[in-house]
Design a protein around this ligand. Structure first.
Ligand SMILES: C[S@@+](CC[C@H](N)C(=O)[O-])C[C@H]1O[C@@H](n2cnc3c(N)ncnc32)[C@H](O)[C@@H]1O
Length: 357
């Protein structure tokens, strides 16, 4: 029985299931989940290409930020660098290669294929966060995968879409909204027109609360697509739930459970709310601004100058290498592409350096 068939059998026996349960099974089912089975997903031959896979310049630029955090903490003899959802390790590998800070890498991954690659050279691969973290806790394109509930504004009240059956097929069915879902949607899913769809991101908040509880010193950095509640307003008419497979938008999530990524635009306002409630300060910046602030735009100018200088010579190979690095930096900074991602940095309020200089 494949995952779709076992979900159909389960719904026939027990009734429809909340969307977040369906998404959790589709992505993380131990025998058939998209992330828990199959090949490495976040590489050129896989299903999506992320910033660190576009270029090592991403990790190299982040190394300047991490180095500054190490200095802020008083230059401890060793500092944790925990990467959640590390994929192939392209971010950590570039970051560790570029830093002089004494970082202790800890990689968190659920995918066996990714874990095998990480174990080759990054070591210390785990499926759970360590109980205490002193340093930087980093995740690129992780939160967008955490299971969501689907709320629909009916004009006067919220309903939810659960996963039920239409004959032998999986189908979305309308049910009254649970109170926690309606209350999240009313807080972070407005303004919304009648018929508008809001992906309720309670699991993302739960993950963040747990991660912040483990961060004894240092900061947590989340990088992802999405925006504030206000930024997301124009996207509510159709909602942002989508799938990816082989670098393209995939079919509806219900049509191929376990075979596609399922993702939404991250609502960063809800994450800011969780972090501030938890006693953390949050800074947010667009990825293009953040990477510029940590030196990538200067690096791009340098690459442009170098390319011009090389154009006058006869070393075609050097010129091609520099041109490709220049294109990679431009891709990371593109204002309507990766540059439009958000960087969320949370630090304990009134954080004092924990280590002596
Ligand atoms: C879009 S890829 C991003 C990979 C990497 N961060 C990058 O930027 O290239 C998402 C990764 O998150 C991992 N992942 C998804 N959910 C996870 C979870 N709950 N815990 C740990 N890893 C997770 C997947 O296995 C996959 O490698």
């Amino acid at each position: 029985m494949n995952l779709r068939e076992s979900l159909v059998a389960e719904i026939r026996q027990h009734g429809s299931m909340p969307f977040e349960v369906f998404q959790d099974r589709s992505l993380y089912d131990p025998d058939a989940g998209f992330f828990t089975t199959g090949a490495l997903r976040s590489v050129a031959s896989g299903d999506f290409l992320t910033s660190p896979e576009v270029s090592p310049l991403f990790g190299e630029t982040l190394s300047a930020f991490v180095g500054a955090e190490w200095a802020r903490l008083g230059r401890p003899e060793q500092m944790d660098m925990v990467e959640v959802a590390a994929g192939s390790g392209s971010l950590s590998r570039a970051l560790l290669g570029a830093t002089s800070a004494p970082l202790e890498p800890i990689m968190i991954e659920v995918s066996p294929a990714a874990r095998a690659v990480l174990e080759e050279d990054l070591g210390n691969v785990r499926s759970e966060l360590p109980p205490e973290i002193n340093g930087v806790l980093l995740a690129n394109e992780f939160i967008d995968n955490l299971p969501v509930s689907l709320a629909v504004w009916e004009g006067t009240e919220w309903t939810e879409r659960w996963v039920g059956l239409d004959g032998d097929d999986l189908a979305l069915v309308s049910v009254a909204a649970r109170s926690e879902v309606a209350s999240w949607a009313s807080q972070f899913g407005i303004p919304v027109e009648a018929g508008g769809i809001v992906e309720v991101q309670l699991a993302a908040g739960d993950w963040l609360r747990d991660a912040l509880g483990r961060l004894a010193s240092g900061c947590l950095v989340l990088i992802d697509y999405g925006g504030t509640s206000e930024n997301l307003a124009p996207r509510r008419a159709d909602g942002t739930l989508r799938t990816y497979r082989s670098h393209h938008h995939g079919p509806h999530p219900l049509s191929a459970p376990g075979e596609t990524d399922i993702t939404v635009d991250v609502n960063f306002s809800a994450l800011v709310d969780v972090a501030t409630d938890f006693g953390f300060d949050v800074e947010m910046a667009r990825q293009d601004d953040f990477l510029s602030a940590w030196g990538l735009r200067d690096r791009l100018s340098e690459l442009r100058r170098k390319e011009l200088a090389l154009a006058q010579g006869s070393n075609t190979m050097d010129r091609l290498v520099v041109r490709s690095q220049k294109t990679e930096a431009e891709t990371l900074l593109h204002p309507r592409g990766l540059g439009d991602f958000w960087v969320f940095v949370a630090r304990r309020q009134n954080a004092e350096p924990r280590f002596e200089k």
